[in-house]
Write a protein that binds this ligand. Structure first.
Ligand code: FNR
Length: 346
Protein backbone atom coordinates (compact mmCIF):
# COMPACT_ATOMS: atom_id res chain seq x y z
CA UNK A 1 0.00 0.00 0.00
CA UNK A 2 2.79 2.37 0.97
CA UNK A 3 4.46 1.80 -2.38
CA UNK A 4 1.29 2.59 -4.27
CA UNK A 5 0.81 5.72 -2.21
CA UNK A 6 4.37 6.81 -2.91
CA UNK A 7 3.88 6.12 -6.61
CA UNK A 8 0.89 8.41 -6.63
CA UNK A 9 2.75 11.19 -4.83
CA UNK A 10 5.69 10.97 -7.22
CA UNK A 11 3.55 10.84 -10.39
CA UNK A 12 3.65 14.23 -12.16
CA UNK A 13 0.32 16.04 -12.00
CA UNK A 14 -1.68 15.70 -15.19
CA UNK A 15 -1.33 18.76 -17.41
CA UNK A 16 -4.54 19.48 -19.32
CA UNK A 17 -3.08 21.97 -21.78
CA UNK A 18 -2.53 21.21 -25.43
CA UNK A 19 -3.83 17.65 -25.23
CA UNK A 20 -5.95 15.41 -27.44
CA UNK A 21 -8.29 13.26 -25.41
CA UNK A 22 -10.59 10.32 -25.78
CA UNK A 23 -13.90 11.65 -24.41
CA UNK A 24 -15.89 9.72 -21.83
CA UNK A 25 -18.24 7.27 -23.54
CA UNK A 26 -20.42 4.70 -21.84
CA UNK A 27 -19.60 1.17 -23.10
CA UNK A 28 -16.90 2.51 -25.41
CA UNK A 29 -14.33 3.81 -22.95
CA UNK A 30 -13.37 0.49 -21.35
CA UNK A 31 -9.75 -0.64 -20.98
CA UNK A 32 -9.05 -2.05 -24.49
CA UNK A 33 -10.37 1.05 -26.27
CA UNK A 34 -8.52 3.36 -23.93
CA UNK A 35 -5.24 1.53 -24.54
CA UNK A 36 -5.82 1.59 -28.28
CA UNK A 37 -6.56 5.33 -28.19
CA UNK A 38 -3.26 5.90 -26.38
CA UNK A 39 -1.42 3.73 -28.89
CA UNK A 40 -2.98 5.77 -31.70
CA UNK A 41 -1.78 9.06 -30.20
CA UNK A 42 -4.35 10.30 -27.70
CA UNK A 43 -2.62 12.08 -24.81
CA UNK A 44 -5.29 11.49 -22.18
CA UNK A 45 -8.10 8.94 -22.04
CA UNK A 46 -11.34 9.12 -20.06
CA UNK A 47 -13.22 6.13 -18.72
CA UNK A 48 -16.89 5.72 -19.45
CA UNK A 49 -19.05 7.44 -16.84
CA UNK A 50 -19.10 5.31 -13.70
CA UNK A 51 -21.75 5.93 -11.08
CA UNK A 52 -20.59 6.74 -7.54
CA UNK A 53 -23.05 4.32 -5.91
CA UNK A 54 -21.59 1.43 -7.89
CA UNK A 55 -17.99 2.44 -7.30
CA UNK A 56 -18.40 2.97 -3.58
CA UNK A 57 -19.54 -0.61 -3.10
CA UNK A 58 -16.72 -2.06 -5.16
CA UNK A 59 -13.66 -3.84 -3.84
CA UNK A 60 -10.20 -3.16 -5.24
CA UNK A 61 -8.39 -6.30 -6.36
CA UNK A 62 -5.16 -7.05 -8.13
CA UNK A 63 -5.63 -9.44 -10.99
CA UNK A 64 -2.16 -11.00 -11.40
CA UNK A 65 -3.18 -13.11 -14.39
CA UNK A 66 -4.10 -10.02 -16.40
CA UNK A 67 -1.76 -7.54 -14.74
CA UNK A 68 -4.71 -5.29 -13.96
CA UNK A 69 -6.37 -3.65 -10.98
CA UNK A 70 -10.06 -4.51 -10.88
CA UNK A 71 -12.82 -2.83 -8.92
CA UNK A 72 -15.27 -5.62 -8.37
CA UNK A 73 -18.91 -5.62 -7.30
CA UNK A 74 -18.90 -7.97 -4.30
CA UNK A 75 -22.55 -8.96 -4.80
CA UNK A 76 -22.02 -10.70 -8.13
CA UNK A 77 -18.29 -10.52 -8.89
CA UNK A 78 -18.67 -8.32 -11.97
CA UNK A 79 -15.88 -5.89 -12.73
CA UNK A 80 -17.09 -2.30 -12.46
CA UNK A 81 -13.77 -0.76 -13.54
CA UNK A 82 -10.59 -2.41 -14.82
CA UNK A 83 -7.31 -0.57 -15.34
CA UNK A 84 -3.60 -1.28 -15.68
CA UNK A 85 -0.27 0.49 -15.18
CA UNK A 86 0.11 1.20 -18.92
CA UNK A 87 -2.55 3.88 -18.75
CA UNK A 88 -2.37 5.18 -15.17
CA UNK A 89 -0.38 8.35 -15.87
CA UNK A 90 -2.81 9.39 -18.63
CA UNK A 91 -6.11 8.14 -17.23
CA UNK A 92 -9.04 10.23 -16.08
CA UNK A 93 -12.00 8.52 -14.48
CA UNK A 94 -15.37 10.13 -15.06
CA UNK A 95 -17.86 9.80 -12.25
CA UNK A 96 -21.59 10.42 -12.12
CA UNK A 97 -22.54 11.85 -8.73
CA UNK A 98 -24.93 14.19 -6.96
CA UNK A 99 -23.33 14.04 -3.55
CA UNK A 100 -20.07 15.61 -2.38
CA UNK A 101 -19.42 13.20 0.52
CA UNK A 102 -20.01 10.11 -1.59
CA UNK A 103 -17.93 11.52 -4.45
CA UNK A 104 -15.04 12.12 -2.07
CA UNK A 105 -15.21 8.60 -0.66
CA UNK A 106 -15.00 7.25 -4.22
CA UNK A 107 -12.18 9.63 -5.08
CA UNK A 108 -10.15 8.36 -2.15
CA UNK A 109 -10.81 4.76 -3.10
CA UNK A 110 -9.65 5.35 -6.67
CA UNK A 111 -6.98 8.01 -6.64
CA UNK A 112 -3.96 5.74 -6.53
CA UNK A 113 -5.04 4.10 -9.81
CA UNK A 114 -5.93 7.19 -11.86
CA UNK A 115 -4.38 10.56 -12.69
CA UNK A 116 -7.51 12.70 -12.78
CA UNK A 117 -11.11 12.62 -11.63
CA UNK A 118 -13.84 14.18 -13.77
CA UNK A 119 -17.42 14.86 -12.74
CA UNK A 120 -20.12 14.49 -15.38
CA UNK A 121 -22.23 17.66 -15.45
CA UNK A 122 -23.57 17.41 -18.97
CA UNK A 123 -25.43 14.13 -19.43
CA UNK A 124 -29.06 14.89 -20.37
CA UNK A 125 -30.31 11.28 -20.00
CA UNK A 126 -33.28 10.64 -17.73
CA UNK A 127 -31.31 8.30 -15.47
CA UNK A 128 -28.79 11.05 -14.69
CA UNK A 129 -31.26 13.90 -14.34
CA UNK A 130 -33.55 11.93 -12.01
CA UNK A 131 -30.60 11.11 -9.79
CA UNK A 132 -29.56 14.79 -9.65
CA UNK A 133 -26.43 13.94 -11.68
CA UNK A 134 -25.11 15.01 -15.10
CA UNK A 135 -26.87 18.03 -16.59
CA UNK A 136 -29.04 18.35 -13.46
CA UNK A 137 -25.98 19.93 -11.85
CA UNK A 138 -25.99 22.71 -14.46
CA UNK A 139 -29.25 23.86 -12.89
CA UNK A 140 -27.78 23.67 -9.37
CA UNK A 141 -24.40 25.42 -9.59
CA UNK A 142 -24.08 25.65 -5.79
CA UNK A 143 -24.23 21.89 -5.47
CA UNK A 144 -21.92 21.45 -8.45
CA UNK A 145 -19.40 23.80 -6.84
CA UNK A 146 -19.68 22.06 -3.46
CA UNK A 147 -18.88 18.70 -5.03
CA UNK A 148 -15.87 20.09 -6.88
CA UNK A 149 -14.56 22.09 -3.94
CA UNK A 150 -14.82 19.06 -1.64
CA UNK A 151 -12.88 16.93 -4.10
CA UNK A 152 -10.25 19.57 -4.89
CA UNK A 153 -9.55 20.21 -1.21
CA UNK A 154 -9.24 16.59 -0.20
CA UNK A 155 -7.76 14.63 -3.10
CA UNK A 156 -4.16 14.45 -4.33
CA UNK A 157 -5.08 14.23 -8.01
CA UNK A 158 -6.48 16.98 -10.25
CA UNK A 159 -10.24 17.29 -10.50
CA UNK A 160 -12.19 18.48 -13.55
CA UNK A 161 -15.78 18.55 -14.73
CA UNK A 162 -17.49 18.24 -18.09
CA UNK A 163 -20.40 20.59 -18.75
CA UNK A 164 -22.55 21.72 -21.64
CA UNK A 165 -23.00 25.35 -22.63
CA UNK A 166 -26.07 27.21 -21.37
CA UNK A 167 -28.48 28.95 -23.78
CA UNK A 168 -26.98 32.33 -22.81
CA UNK A 169 -23.28 33.19 -23.23
CA UNK A 170 -22.98 35.37 -20.13
CA UNK A 171 -24.62 32.66 -18.02
CA UNK A 172 -22.15 30.14 -19.44
CA UNK A 173 -19.19 32.36 -18.58
CA UNK A 174 -20.54 32.96 -15.04
CA UNK A 175 -20.99 29.22 -14.54
CA UNK A 176 -17.48 28.43 -15.75
CA UNK A 177 -16.05 31.15 -13.49
CA UNK A 178 -17.94 29.79 -10.49
CA UNK A 179 -16.75 26.25 -11.17
CA UNK A 180 -13.18 27.40 -11.89
CA UNK A 181 -13.16 29.06 -8.46
CA UNK A 182 -13.42 25.66 -6.76
CA UNK A 183 -9.86 24.77 -7.74
CA UNK A 184 -10.52 22.46 -10.69
CA UNK A 185 -7.57 21.93 -13.04
CA UNK A 186 -9.54 22.30 -16.29
CA UNK A 187 -13.08 22.21 -17.63
CA UNK A 188 -14.46 20.12 -20.48
CA UNK A 189 -17.18 21.91 -22.41
CA UNK A 190 -19.51 20.22 -24.88
CA UNK A 191 -20.40 23.00 -27.31
CA UNK A 192 -24.13 22.23 -27.23
CA UNK A 193 -26.88 23.05 -24.75
CA UNK A 194 -28.56 20.39 -22.65
CA UNK A 195 -31.47 20.16 -25.11
CA UNK A 196 -29.40 20.01 -28.30
CA UNK A 197 -28.74 16.61 -29.86
CA UNK A 198 -25.77 15.34 -31.93
CA UNK A 199 -27.51 16.29 -35.20
CA UNK A 200 -27.56 19.95 -34.10
CA UNK A 201 -24.61 22.10 -35.03
CA UNK A 202 -22.18 22.72 -32.15
CA UNK A 203 -21.28 26.29 -31.13
CA UNK A 204 -17.50 26.68 -31.33
CA UNK A 205 -18.01 30.48 -31.24
CA UNK A 206 -19.43 30.16 -27.72
CA UNK A 207 -16.43 28.14 -26.60
CA UNK A 208 -14.13 30.72 -28.14
CA UNK A 209 -15.83 33.50 -26.16
CA UNK A 210 -15.68 31.46 -22.94
CA UNK A 211 -12.01 30.60 -23.49
CA UNK A 212 -11.25 34.31 -23.92
CA UNK A 213 -13.09 35.23 -20.74
CA UNK A 214 -11.58 32.71 -18.32
CA UNK A 215 -8.06 31.59 -17.50
CA UNK A 216 -8.72 27.93 -16.65
CA UNK A 217 -7.80 25.43 -19.44
CA UNK A 218 -10.79 24.71 -21.67
CA UNK A 219 -11.20 21.27 -23.20
CA UNK A 220 -13.39 21.69 -26.27
CA UNK A 221 -15.85 18.95 -27.16
CA UNK A 222 -18.64 18.43 -29.66
CA UNK A 223 -16.81 18.65 -32.97
CA UNK A 224 -17.11 15.06 -34.22
CA UNK A 225 -19.65 15.98 -36.94
CA UNK A 226 -16.82 17.57 -38.92
CA UNK A 227 -13.98 15.25 -38.01
CA UNK A 228 -12.69 12.65 -40.42
CA UNK A 229 -8.99 12.84 -39.72
CA UNK A 230 -6.36 14.04 -37.26
CA UNK A 231 -6.10 17.54 -38.77
CA UNK A 232 -9.85 18.06 -38.27
CA UNK A 233 -9.35 17.72 -34.49
CA UNK A 234 -6.79 20.50 -34.57
CA UNK A 235 -9.08 22.61 -36.74
CA UNK A 236 -11.85 22.32 -34.16
CA UNK A 237 -9.43 23.21 -31.37
CA UNK A 238 -8.38 26.32 -33.28
CA UNK A 239 -11.98 27.25 -34.05
CA UNK A 240 -12.82 27.05 -30.33
CA UNK A 241 -9.64 28.80 -29.21
CA UNK A 242 -9.39 25.98 -26.68
CA UNK A 243 -6.39 24.61 -24.80
CA UNK A 244 -7.33 21.00 -25.57
CA UNK A 245 -9.89 18.87 -27.39
CA UNK A 246 -11.79 15.76 -26.46
CA UNK A 247 -13.24 13.53 -29.17
CA UNK A 248 -16.15 11.11 -28.76
CA UNK A 249 -18.13 9.93 -31.82
CA UNK A 250 -15.35 10.27 -34.38
CA UNK A 251 -13.13 8.12 -32.13
CA UNK A 252 -15.93 5.65 -31.48
CA UNK A 253 -16.08 5.03 -35.23
CA UNK A 254 -12.35 5.18 -35.88
CA UNK A 255 -9.99 5.64 -32.96
CA UNK A 256 -7.03 6.05 -35.33
CA UNK A 257 -8.28 9.63 -35.79
CA UNK A 258 -5.72 10.36 -33.05
CA UNK A 259 -2.94 9.18 -35.35
CA UNK A 260 -0.77 11.95 -36.79
CA UNK A 261 0.25 9.72 -39.71
CA UNK A 262 -3.30 9.14 -40.89
CA UNK A 263 -6.13 6.68 -40.39
CA UNK A 264 -5.47 2.95 -40.22
CA UNK A 265 -7.52 0.58 -42.40
CA UNK A 266 -10.59 -0.59 -40.48
CA UNK A 267 -9.62 -4.27 -40.37
CA UNK A 268 -6.18 -3.48 -38.97
CA UNK A 269 -7.79 -1.36 -36.29
CA UNK A 270 -10.35 -4.04 -35.38
CA UNK A 271 -7.57 -6.61 -35.18
CA UNK A 272 -5.56 -4.42 -32.80
CA UNK A 273 -8.67 -3.80 -30.72
CA UNK A 274 -9.56 -7.50 -30.51
CA UNK A 275 -6.03 -8.44 -29.41
CA UNK A 276 -6.41 -6.01 -26.51
CA UNK A 277 -9.85 -7.46 -25.70
CA UNK A 278 -8.26 -10.92 -25.52
CA UNK A 279 -5.25 -9.71 -23.51
CA UNK A 280 -7.49 -8.04 -20.93
CA UNK A 281 -10.31 -10.58 -21.00
CA UNK A 282 -12.86 -7.97 -22.03
CA UNK A 283 -16.54 -8.90 -21.88
CA UNK A 284 -17.64 -10.28 -25.30
CA UNK A 285 -20.75 -8.12 -25.52
CA UNK A 286 -18.65 -5.03 -24.88
CA UNK A 287 -16.15 -6.03 -27.56
CA UNK A 288 -19.03 -6.73 -29.94
CA UNK A 289 -20.60 -3.32 -29.34
CA UNK A 290 -17.33 -1.51 -30.06
CA UNK A 291 -16.60 -3.53 -33.21
CA UNK A 292 -20.16 -2.84 -34.40
CA UNK A 293 -19.47 0.89 -34.09
CA UNK A 294 -16.39 0.50 -36.26
CA UNK A 295 -18.10 -1.68 -38.88
CA UNK A 296 -21.11 0.62 -39.30
CA UNK A 297 -22.92 -0.17 -42.56
CA UNK A 298 -20.55 -3.08 -43.25
CA UNK A 299 -22.69 -5.04 -40.79
CA UNK A 300 -24.94 -5.63 -43.80
CA UNK A 301 -22.24 -7.59 -45.67
CA UNK A 302 -22.04 -11.43 -45.36
CA UNK A 303 -19.06 -11.04 -43.01
CA UNK A 304 -20.95 -8.43 -41.00
CA UNK A 305 -23.94 -10.73 -40.67
CA UNK A 306 -21.69 -13.56 -39.51
CA UNK A 307 -20.20 -11.18 -36.97
CA UNK A 308 -23.64 -10.21 -35.65
CA UNK A 309 -24.29 -13.89 -34.83
CA UNK A 310 -21.22 -14.07 -32.57
CA UNK A 311 -21.68 -14.59 -28.85
CA UNK A 312 -18.12 -15.17 -27.64
CA UNK A 313 -14.82 -13.39 -28.07
CA UNK A 314 -13.45 -16.56 -29.67
CA UNK A 315 -16.14 -16.42 -32.38
CA UNK A 316 -15.50 -12.73 -33.06
CA UNK A 317 -11.73 -13.33 -33.21
CA UNK A 318 -12.17 -16.13 -35.79
CA UNK A 319 -13.57 -13.57 -38.25
CA UNK A 320 -10.44 -11.43 -37.96
CA UNK A 321 -8.09 -14.45 -38.14
CA UNK A 322 -7.24 -14.25 -34.46
CA UNK A 323 -8.85 -17.55 -33.51
CA UNK A 324 -5.56 -19.21 -32.52
CA UNK A 325 -4.40 -16.14 -30.64
CA UNK A 326 -7.62 -16.03 -28.62
CA UNK A 327 -7.62 -19.79 -27.89
CA UNK A 328 -3.99 -19.77 -26.75
CA UNK A 329 -4.38 -16.66 -24.59
CA UNK A 330 -7.60 -17.82 -22.95
CA UNK A 331 -5.99 -21.16 -22.12
CA UNK A 332 -3.00 -19.33 -20.64
CA UNK A 333 -5.29 -17.13 -18.55
CA UNK A 334 -7.21 -20.16 -17.28
CA UNK A 335 -3.91 -21.74 -16.22
CA UNK A 336 -2.96 -18.55 -14.41
CA UNK A 337 -6.31 -18.66 -12.67
CA UNK A 338 -7.89 -15.48 -13.96
CA UNK A 339 -11.24 -15.23 -12.26
CA UNK A 340 -12.03 -11.68 -13.22
CA UNK A 341 -14.31 -11.81 -16.24
CA UNK A 342 -15.36 -8.24 -16.91
CA UNK A 343 -18.97 -9.32 -16.96
CA UNK A 344 -20.80 -12.58 -17.36
CA UNK A 345 -21.24 -13.76 -20.90
CA UNK A 346 -24.70 -13.22 -22.39
C1 FNR B 1 -21.23 9.83 -24.92
N1 FNR B 1 -21.06 11.00 -24.17
C2 FNR B 1 -20.77 10.91 -22.82
N2 FNR B 1 -20.46 12.04 -22.12
C3 FNR B 1 -20.08 11.96 -20.82
O1 FNR B 1 -19.76 13.00 -20.21
N3 FNR B 1 -20.01 10.74 -20.20
C4 FNR B 1 -20.34 9.58 -20.84
O2 FNR B 1 -20.24 8.49 -20.26
C5 FNR B 1 -20.77 9.66 -22.19
N4 FNR B 1 -21.12 8.53 -22.90
C6 FNR B 1 -21.28 8.58 -24.26
C7 FNR B 1 -21.43 7.41 -24.99
C8 FNR B 1 -21.48 7.45 -26.37
C9 FNR B 1 -21.59 6.17 -27.15
C10 FNR B 1 -21.42 8.69 -27.04
C11 FNR B 1 -21.47 8.76 -28.54
C12 FNR B 1 -21.31 9.87 -26.33
C13 FNR B 1 -20.98 12.33 -24.83
C14 FNR B 1 -19.59 12.55 -25.38
O3 FNR B 1 -18.58 12.48 -24.40
C15 FNR B 1 -19.50 13.92 -26.08
O4 FNR B 1 -19.76 14.94 -25.16
C16 FNR B 1 -20.47 14.07 -27.25
O5 FNR B 1 -20.58 12.88 -28.00
C17 FNR B 1 -20.03 15.21 -28.17
O6 FNR B 1 -18.71 15.01 -28.65
P1 FNR B 1 -18.39 14.48 -30.12
O7 FNR B 1 -19.15 13.18 -30.29
O8 FNR B 1 -18.93 15.50 -31.08
O9 FNR B 1 -16.93 14.33 -30.21
Amino acid sequence: FLNKFQNMKSRPKLDYRNKLMLAPMVRVGTLPMRLLALEMGADIVYTEELIDLKLIKSIRRHNPALGTVDFVDPSDGTVVFRTCALETSRLVLQMGTSDATRALAVGKLLQQDISGLDINMGCPKEFSIKGGMGAALLADPDKAALILRTLCSNLDIPVTCKIRILPDLDDTISLVEKLADTGIAAIGIHARTRDERPQHRPHPDVLRAVAKAVSIPIIANGGSRNMQKYEDILKFQLECGADSVMVARAAQINVSIFRRDGLLPMDELIEKYLRLCVDYDNAPHNAKYCVQNMLKELQETPRGKRFLQCQTLQQICEIWHLGDYCRRKQKELRTLGNSGRAEVEP
